[in-house]
Design a binder for this molecule. Structure first.
Ligand SMILES: Cc1ncc(C[n+]2csc(CCOP(=O)(O)OP(=O)(O)O)c2C)c(N)n1
Ligand SMILES: [Mg+2]
Length: 1038
């Protein structure tokens, strides 16, 4: 039986080889052999099928018949094998002869006439087909037509008329491809002649231009291809490696007459254009000298977005999360999200005071959240525009993260209810690397939002920079090709074409749940902002722009000429909207104060009181009962599913964990387990994301177990802790910091009842996500009155591993803390510690014990408000035998210790203590070891500051006062200009009212964070310890 099948396969292969030999004879000349180069000043009349474009054609020397073209013959052959009637009679005869062993060139017999019924409109052409002299020519011509169709599908966008200004044609490589039939003499490229234009050709299954027809004359084929691919829409999709998706797109753009709009739809479109245009004009009239980054030149953006939202709503989406830059933002807020106009207008009133704490932000960065009825679909829709910094594209991953979270919390596993839309400027989309990082998150299981619709406001300029200087790719959208996203370029002066691609984009997303790009090729009527003079730098472009009729006017004229609206109706629409603006403007005068909290993009219903305050100003104990600790410990040290084989090394790790639990102690990994596991019990979702976090960079975590015998079978014991626990998500991320941290920040925005953690592989790598830290995490609440409880785990410590991997740059985080180094707060205040946390912009800790790490993680959730938490986490301490915590320090009643005071012999006789060493983190263990070795446990006290910021003034004051005769020294392993010294010193001095000097024991200042030489590292450490324990070290310096 098997042999039989193999035998028939072999026969088929031989047949195909024979066919290929026939086809190979037809393999054409290369493009360079056949195509003439057209000069720029070629007369316009030479163009046969569409308006001439100026082009220079550095002709690609590619064979036009690629390996895939002969697939046409193969395709037909297979179809013929199944059903000889499914192919044209001529092919039927050809295949029969070939099958019978006819040599190449002699298999052809003159075909029977084509059926009259199917080709009634092309009778004249029929006789030409009948008259064809030989099969070689027939095959050759059919292959040529197949190639030609494919050429339009691949490269038609290069000749589409995309630029409303007619200057650049949107792609920088604006030559006409050699294989696009721009004039009859180019037919020669395919071995075709003008006389072939009326011959009829069968259409392959990979095109829809025929509509119901299966064959068309060549002239009509070309005309239809030009209609589909070379008008105001340029479609880039042939790089997509999925036949079904390609077919879907072809059908959407090739089907004859598919781009139809009802009069009702046209009127809605016009009304939307009226709003978009008149909104900008209104702002311009009222505040002509204010920056607003107007949309003039791309007014079509508003109907475009509304179309995407309408269509998505129709397909079931009820929550759209958007991110966008400055351009047109106020218009989007007003006309897409429907922010009250008076709220927008009063942002222009420079005399209004801000009602909220914090710095606030400029009007074109603020976010917004609004739930309303979608008038077109009559369904509820929630729209949220995420606040963003000036840093272009930085909000992309944030929007994605928030979208993912909203999907997660409403069980929308396929993205059918919640979706993201991202807007981009052309220069930023091409130039900013975060765009690429964000695209790479788009299809990862733990990061996908099941398709984002990207809309590019491609005004063909970035501030003053011409696209030719701003990017190396032909289009600003090429970055999207990496994820196989289709790209729809569209001339924005054709509003119906824009609406069409927006509908298709929304349908694409709801069909395939993958990203898609709409490139609105437009222009910028004014300068970068309303104050800028664009003629300084783009004189010719702006001369053209001055002549350009606004799109609203053009479209209104078109609809009037079509009789869809009449002039009075149009004018009525305009005055109706102008009146709305005027009335809102009048109301805006009544506003006495600016409320940034009206611009919140992510409300947390129920978390705060109605007036936005925390429900209490205290934090309960973060301890747990022994039972809970033991239960989590036992799951953490076992494999909670049956027949699951883990690696032998991991068995040993779990066994050691089990022993720790038996001894009522935790190490770092177990402490983390205890914190996570207990919060899951309390219904808190936990999401830990970052590079290799599942195992842990240092192989200590092992939150995902892998069956050694079954591929991809994994087990996450953390999800087997309690019967109705919250879910635990742990996910290895792509190798990105900027993108992934932004994503997790967005995820954390969605709900206060989740612990969202991002771990850097090594702490220093956070600097490639600096923008998220500087623009969002540090000042987010101050700018946008929005809290965020994200946790950053940053492995940090000088382990002699060289300048890289050593420092998570604590100095940077500390320098950005908002507590005043020179002002001693009121230490008597009730709940001083909690108030301090409430007032700070973020919390910075370096825990020296697993127990304290456990407590600070739990405190993050048990606090009645949310602040970002930066934790410098250890490397060698993960396995340090002394870095263990007893269950006793984790039981009910225990808390996170902001300061761990000296509790050894020195603390018994504090007067005798000559030096109080203050430190944080791992150096504590070096110091205690050295102190013991030097037998100085009575003379030197060592106190750890675990919470660096907000600074524990109260506890440190007590600690310093306890040792009245001690010198104070700050000791750190980081270089003097790095680490904590510059932050701690002034605060310590304020604490003690400068009554004693604060000395420094540590490494000298340096440019690099650490030495690359192990020996130097150890010498430096020894020197540090010598200074710390030399009681005369500071004598002569006093
Ligand atoms: C990361 C970043 N770099 C530089 C800038 C300064 N900047 C503001 S707008 C702009 C030009 C943006 O051009 P484009 O993306 O095409 O948007 P357009 O203003 O044309 O709508 C620049 C360079 C910025 N905001 N963000
Ligand atoms: Mg631009």
């Amino acid at each position: 039986m098997t042999l039989e099948i193999e035998g028939s396969c072999e026969r088929l292969r031989t047949k195909m080889f024979h066919l290929r030999t026939c086809a190979a004879k037809l393999r054409p000349l290369t493009a360079s052999q056949t195509v003439k180069t057209f000069s720029q000043n070629r007369p316009a009349a030479a163009r046969t099928f569409q308006q001439i474009r100026c082009y220079t054609a550095p002709v690609a020397a590619e064979p036009f018949l690629s390996g895939t073209s002969s697939n046409y013959v193969e395709e037909m052959y297979y179809a013929w094998l199944e059903n000889p009637k499914s192919v044209h009679k001529s092919w039927d005869i050809f295949f029969r002869n070939t099958n019978a062993g006819a040599p190449p060139g002699s298999a052809y017999q003159s075909p029977l006439p084509l059926s009259r019924g199917s080709l009634s409109t092309i009778a004249r052409a029929q006789s030409l087909v009948e008259a064809q002299p030989n099969v070689d020519k027939l095959v050759e011509d059919h292959l040529a037509v197949q190639s030609l169709i494919r050429a339009y599908q691949i490269r038609g966008h290069h000749v589409a008329q995309l630029d409303p200004l007619g200057i650049l044609d949107a792609d920088l490589d604006s030559s006409v491809p050699a294989d696009i039939i721009s004039s009859t003499d180019k037919l020669g490229f395919y071995g075709l002649h003008e006389s072939d234009l009326d011959k009829v050709f069968h259409l392959p299954t990979t095109t829809f231009i025929g509509g119901k027809e299966s064959a068309l004359p060549l002239r009509e084929i070309i005309r239809r291809l030009e209609m589909a691919y070379c008008q105001h829409i340029g479609v880039e999709f042939m790089f997509i490696n999925d036949l079904e998706q390609c077919q879907w797109i072809r059908e959407k753009f090739e089907t004859p007459g598919i781009m139809q709009f009802t009069n009702e739809e046209k009127r809605t479109l016009l009304a939307r254009l009226v709003r978009s245009t008149r909104f900008e004009e209104f702002l311009q009239r009222k505040w002509s000298s204010e920056k607003r980054f107007g949309l003039e030149g791309c007014e079509v953006l508003i109907p475009a977005l509304k179309t995407i939202i309408d269509k998505s709503s129709e397909n079931g989406v009820d929550y759209v999360i958007m991110g966008m830059p400055h351009r047109g933002r106020l218009n989007v807020l007003a006309n897409v999200i429907r922010k009250e106009l008076e709220q927008i207008f009063c942002q222009f009133d420079s005399k209004l005071e801000a009602a909220d704490e914090g710095s606030g932000d400029v009007k074109y960065h603020l976010g917004m959240y609004h739930r309303r009825i979608n008038r077109v679909t009559d369904r509820n829709i929630t729209l949220s525009l995420v606040a963003n910094p000036s840093h272009l594209e930085a909000a992309d991953p944030v929007v994605m993260g928030k979208t993912k979270a909203e999907q997660f919390y409403c069980g929308d596993t396929e993205g059918k209810k919640v979706m993201s839309i991202l807007l981009h400027g052309d220069a930023a989309f091409a130039g900013q690397g975060i765009v690429y990082e964000t695209f790479h998150l788009s299809d990862l299981p733990s990061y996908t939002t099941h398709g984002t619709v990207h809309v590019v406001v491609n005004n063909q300029i970035g501030f003053t920079t011409d696209p030719r200087m701003a990017r190396s790719s032909p289009y600003p959208t090429d970055v999207a090709r990496v994820v196989n996203a289709p790209i729809f370029h569209v001339n924005s002066d054709d509003p119906e074409a824009v609406m069409y691609v927006c509908n298709v984009a929304a349908e694409w997303r709801s069909t395939f749940h993958k990203d898609v790009v709409v490139d609105l090729v437009c222009y910028r009527r004014n300068g970068h902002n309303e104050m800028d003079e664009p003629m300084f730098t783009q004189p010719l472009m702006y001369k053209q722009i001055r002549k350009q009729k606004p799109v609203l006017q053009k479209y209104a004229e078109l609809l009037v000429s079509q009789g869809v609206v009449n002039q009075p109706e149009y004018e009525e629409e305009i005055s109706k909207y102008d009146k709305i603006c005027e009335e809102a403007f009048a109301r805006s005068k009544d506003e006495k104060i600016l409320h940034i909290k009206h611009w919140l993009d992510s409300p947390w219903p129920g978390f705060f009181t109605l007036d936005g305050q925390p429900r209490s100003m205290s934090c309960p104990s973060t301890g747990l009962t022994e039972d809970i600790l033991t239960h989590i410990g036992s799951v953490a040290s076992s494999v909670p599913v049956e027949n699951f084989t883990i690696h032998g090394g991991l068995s040993r790790i779990l066994k050691t964990r089990g022993e720790l639990v038996k001894n009522r102690t935790v190490d770092w990994a177990l402490a983390e387990y205890m914190a996570f596991g207990s919060l899951l019990k309390e219904g808190i979702h936990i999401r830990l994301s970052g590079q290799d976090v599942e195992r842990g960079t240092f192989s200590h975590r092992h939150h995902v177990l892998h069956d050694q015998n079954v591929d991809k079978r994994t087990c996450i014991p953390m999800n087997h802790l309690w019967p109705s626990q919250a879910p635990y998500t742990v996910c290895n991320s792509s190798l990105s910091e900027y993108g992934v941290l932004g994503f997790e920040l967005g995820f954390a925005m969605a709900s206060p009842n989740a612990l969202v953690l991002w771990e850097a592989q090594f702490g220093d790598f956070h600097n490639t996500a600096q923008c998220i830290i500087d623009q969002f995490i540090c000042p987010g609440q101050a700018k946008w009155v929005r809290q965020n409880g994200i946790v950053l785990l940053l492995p940090h410590g000088m382990e002699g591993m060289g300048p890289e991997h050593s420092s998570a740059r604590p100095e940077r985080f500390l320098q950005m803390c908002n507590d005043d180094p020179d002002v001693l707060p009121n230490l008597e205040e009730a709940n001083f510690d909690i108030n301090q946390l409430y007032d700070c912009n973020w919390v910075v800790v370096n825990c020296s014990t697993p127990g304290n790490f456990f407590h600070v993680l739990r405190r993050q959730i048990l606090l009645p408000f949310r602040k970002p938490l930066i934790i410098f986490t250890p490397k060698s301490l993960l396995r340090h035998p002394e870095a263990r915590t007893n269950f006793d320090e984790m039981l009910p009643g225990t808390h996170f210790q902001r300061v761990i005071p000296e509790n050894g012999p020195a603390s018994q006789n504090p007067e005798k203590v000559k030096r109080l060493l203050l430190c944080t983190g791992k150096v504590y263990y070096d110091l205690t070891r050295e102190r013991a070795a030097r037998n100085m446990v009575e003379e030197v006290a060592i106190t750890r500051i675990e919470q660096l910021s907000p600074f524990p003034f109260d506890l440190l004051l007590k600690e310093v006062q306890k040792y009245p005769n001690a010198e104070l020294a700050w000791c750190q392993e980081e270089h003097k200009n790095q680490g904590y010294y510059d932050y701690v010193k002034p605060r310590l001095r304020t604490t003690i009212n400068r009554s004693r000097p604060v000395w420094y024991a540590g490494r000298d200042p340096a440019a690099a964070p650490a030495t690359g030489n192990k020996k130097t590292h150890l010498t430096e450490l020894q020197r540090l310890l010598d200074t710390a324990f030399n009681l005369d070290a500071f004598k002569n310096l006093a």
